[in-house]
Design a protein around this ligand. Structure first.
Ligand code: AP5
Ligand code: ZN
Length: 216
């Protein structure tokens, strides 16, 4: 199964990704996670990416596209993969299409999680993430049993640097200007599944699985 997860910041992509990769046994490739790992490790890529991420802007395509196409060619992606947060603009989508054509790979589905703009800021600002295992929580909608502590591994929870109100608003604007056109782009390829992301986490997951079918 080869899937793209599309949706605005805070739509629930990361939350749903965890269940999808588990069910379909495919690697989760999140460009945001890759950049954050590089920032943490202080690599050159991390330093460059941070300048853009802190402002809520897209990291330039020349730092992003090769990273993903290299990752897709690794052995663990032979039977499928899930891209989360890539592509992010039409140019990235065109580069990906060219690469997939060259390597004789076809996408199965683009899962587009739809959530109204008014709800997104609260989702992102209230998000907390486990430092150790990466599990995602929300102070209100999906809170851990113990305040600030991960249910899964007892790790400490933290807030992402770009989850403040100002940067989230910028990220939403960038989504509307640059990423939303991909909904039409993939609709015209006939592979998009629009999912109502304003339901419970469990119901959103159920709808995604129904859209994907049980094929692996
Ligand atoms: P990235 O890491 O991709 O972040 P994003 O797209 O902004 O998405 P988020 O991680 O904020 O949201 P999500 O949809 O995963 O929501 P989540 O499941 O956590 O990108 C960050 C930055 O990296 C970008 O700004 C850019 O600079 C750079 N970047 C990344 N990829 C790039 C690319 N391809 N090109 C260029 N630059 C790139 O959920 C949010 C919260 O809501 C959580 O607290 C969760 O518990 C809660 N929640 C989830 N679902 C529900 C529900 N159904 N009901 C109630 N609460 C819910
Ligand atoms: Zn944890």
């Amino acid at each position: 199964m080869r899937i793209i997860l599309l949706g605005p910041p805070g739509a629930g992509k990361g939350t749903q990704a965890a269940g999808i990769v588990d069910k379909y046994k495919i690697p989760h490739i999140s460009t945001g996670d890759i950049f954050r790992k590089n920032i943490k490790e202080g690599t050159d890529l991390g330093k460059k990416a941070k300048e853009y991420m802190d402002q809520g802007l897209l990291v330039p395509d020349e730092l992003t596209v090769g990273l993903v196409t290299d990752r897709i060619t690794q052995d663990d992606c032979k039977n499928g993969f899930m891209l989360d947060g890539f592509p992010r603009n039409v140019s990235q989508a065109q580069h990906l299409d060219t690469f997939l054509k060259e390597t004789n790979i076809a996408l199965d589905k683009v899962v587009n999680i739809e959530v109204d703009k008014e709800i997104l800021v609260g989702r992102a600002v209230g998000r907390r993430i486990c430092k150790s295992c990466g599990a995602t929580y929300h102070v209100e909608f999906n809170s851990p049993k113990e305040d600030g502590i991960c249910d899964v591994c007892q790790g400490e929870l933290y807030q992402r640097a770009d989850d403040n109100e100002e940067t989230v608003s910028k990220r939403i604007q960038v989504y509307l200007d640059e990423t939303k056109p991909l909904v039409d782009y993939y609709s015209s390829q006939g592979i998009i599944a629009n999912i109502n992301g304003q339901q419970s986490i469990e119901k959103v997951f159920e709808d995604i699985v129904n859209a994907l079918g049980c094929e692996k």
